[in-house]
Every structure is written in C-alpha cells, then in structure tokens.
Design a protein around this ligand. Structure first.
Ligand SMILES: [Zn+2]
Length: 358
C-alpha cells in the first residue's frame, strides 16, 4: 500500500488523506467514531455508486451457527423499526416470541417436538407477516431513483451496494443509516428457506467443493478451513436469532465499517451528510478485531513449515527450500486481501515445487 499523504482541505472542516499517486484522487476520511469514508469523484454521469462494507464475514460466524454472516446479509433487506413494518409496537412481541422459540428449537433433538415448535414458529410468523411490509427497503431506494441494490458476503467482508442519482445523497444516507443502526430481524424462517436453496445449489458446483476441501485441509484449525460462507447444513437447520442480534451489535459498528462513493457529487457536501447520519450513534470501539492479513499469513506459514511434505527434490538443498518458502510468504503477503487469488497462486507454487527445486 502506498504511503498516505495527509492533506487538509481549506474549505472543509473535515480533514482527509489521499494515497500518493492515486490518479482518481480519492479522499479518505476517518470520522471521530472510526467510520472510514472513501470519496472518489467522477462526473461522467449524474449518478453515484455506493458501497457500504463491514469488516466481518464467515470467519466471525459463531462456531455453532456457521452461515450466519451470509443469512444476516439477506436479513438486512427486511427493514428496521421504522420501515418494513406497519405497526412495530404490535409486531415486536411476535418477533420476540419467534426468537425465543428458535432458541428452544435448536436444542431440541426429538423430531416430534421439533415439528411442534416449528409449527408454532410458522403460526407466529404468519401473524407477524401481516404487520410487515415486504421489500420496503428496495422500494425506498427505487423511490429516490436508485438502482442495483445488492450485497455479498465473504470470509472477512460483507458489503451492500446501490447506485443512486447525484441529488439523493441525503435520502440515501437517511435510509442506510437506519438499517445499520436499527435493523429488525423479520421474515426469518422464509428467508432461511431461500438461503437453504442457495446452499443446495452450491452442492452441485465442483468448484465450491474443491475450494471447501482445500481450505479445510490447509487450515483445519482456523475458521477459513472450518467455516464456509453458506454454512453447514445442520447449522442452517438450527439457526439462532439471538446469535444474529449479538453479531450485528458487535460488528456492524462505525469503526468496523467503510462507506465508499464514486460518481458525480461534491465531497465536502457528501462528507457533511455522512457525518450527520453515520457520525453519531454507536461510538463503542470494538476491542481488536484480528486482521485478515495476519491470520492468513500465519495460517499459510504454519502449514508450509509444519504440515507440508517437502518434496524429495529439496533434500540437501536448504537454499532452494528457503527460497521457495520466501516465495510462498511473498505471495501471501501480497495477496492478503484476495484469498481466492492467493490460494490459486499458492496451489500452483506447491504443485510446481518439484520443478522450482531444479
Ligand atoms: Zn445469498
């Protein structure tokens, strides 16, 4: 990463950094609560691409509810206490009962009892759904001329995107800040069926199976090897809304998030709006989330040093072996944010180790 040059704008009360040599001159702000904001101006069209990224993913799933980061991402489209509902006061007690029933359900093993609890969940969910307004988040974004609402989840990242007209930054910030402060888990058991379907589809993809197997063998003692983004089948069948709420409270906090905007807007105005809607609220710093880079580098280094079977070609050739290990370390260091590429490169290196030794 290039060295950041500190610059203070003369017409704005917000200071920002730039990365030297960045041809787009992206401004990087850090609000008092730790929220990072990346603003990149491009006047080609009167539109803005927005992405809100949270530094959390499958790696942080509780061990007994893998897949949680991913299904939570789906649930972030269900609204808050202010939208997605016609009467939150009436809806909340029903949602609380559903949460409590799921906690019972997940520890119940007797099939007959499980069916009975699930029937209750189903019944309460139907009552609650009469008070909810489906897709209201998408409709709100559409109503301001927005488009391309979507999201993705990976091991260390969950990101939410939408594309909006240039003159709608404030309305967009209003909607998005609500969702990051007051998301409400509703429509849970039906959304989980959608997620389960995604899981089933993944079972037909060879490439997912290879990656899962590879990561499992490579890092058996680390969530990268133990968790998958879509989660384990038995975990998807025994979800916990309580775990979701704890996860949301822990990780979806300003100093663990970044807002990125690229398009036609005035940075001084945009940062003032973002500060207005995202700058307050949860100021609790999360203690120290372990960085992706160190975890990944350590896991790979451990593997190469302790588990990898050194090919015969390296016997008696310590220099060649040291050089090879350095190469592996260089790859992991350079690719820390791109796990897919790193694993591919690493696989090629390990496969070619014999040739490299020659
Ligand atoms: Zn999904």
């Amino acid at each position: 990463m290039a060295v950041a040059v500190f610059a203070l704008s003369s017409c704005s009360e917000y200071s920002y950094e730039k990365v030297s040599g960045d041809p787009l001159g992206t401004r990087i702000y850090t609000l008092d609560n730790g929220l990072k904001v990346y603003l990149s101006v491009n006047k080609e069209q009167p539109r803005i691409q927005t992405i809100i990224s949270v530094r959390v993913g499958a790696k942080h799933d509780p061990a007994e509810t893998t897949g949680l980061a991913h299904y939570f991402e789906h649930l972030m489209f269900k609204g808050t206490d202010k939208f997605g509902t016609s009467d939150y006061a009436a809806e909340k007690p029903l949602l609380d009962q559903i949460e409590a029933l799921f906690e019972q359900y997940r520890v119940t093993t007797d099939e007959r009892q499980r069916k009975a609890i699930y029937a209750q969940i189903d019944e309460l969910s139907q009552q609650a759904s009469k008070l909810s307004i489906p897709n209201e988040y998408d409709k709100l974004i559409q109503s301001i001329g927005g488009d391309g609402c979507n999201a993705w989840t990976s091991y260390d990242e969950t990101s939410y995107m939408s594309e909006i007209p240039s003159n709608q930054v404030e309305n967009w910030a209003k909607i998005e800040s609500e969702r990051f402060k007051n998301a409400v888990i509703r429509g849970f058991h039906t959304e989980l069926e959608t997620v389960y379907e995604e899981y089933n589809m993944s079972l037909t993809r060879d490439n997912s199976k290879v990656i899962e197997k590879f990561l499992g063998l490579m890092m058996p003692n680390h969530p990268y090897g133990q968790h998958t983004v879509l989660g384990k089948q038995e975990h998807l069948k025994n979800p916990s809304i309580t775990n979701i709420k704890n996860y949301y409270k822990t990780y979806d906090v300003p100093n663990n998030m970044a807002i990125c905007m690229a398009g036609d807007f005035t940075p001084d105005e945009a940062i003032a709006i973002i500060e207005k809607y995202f700058g307050k609220g949860n100021n609790d710093a999360i203690k120290s989330l372990d960085g992706f880079s160190n975890d990944f580098v350590n896991a790979i280094t451990d593997y190469v040093n302790n588990e990898w079977v050194v090919p015969d070609d390296f016997v008696g050739r310590d220099d060649a072996l040291a050089q090879f290990k350095k190469k592996v370390k260089d790859i992991t260091d350079a690719r820390v944010n791109k796990i897919g590429t790193a694993i591919h490169d690493l696989g090629v290196q390990l496969q070619n180790a014999k040739n490299l030794a020659k």
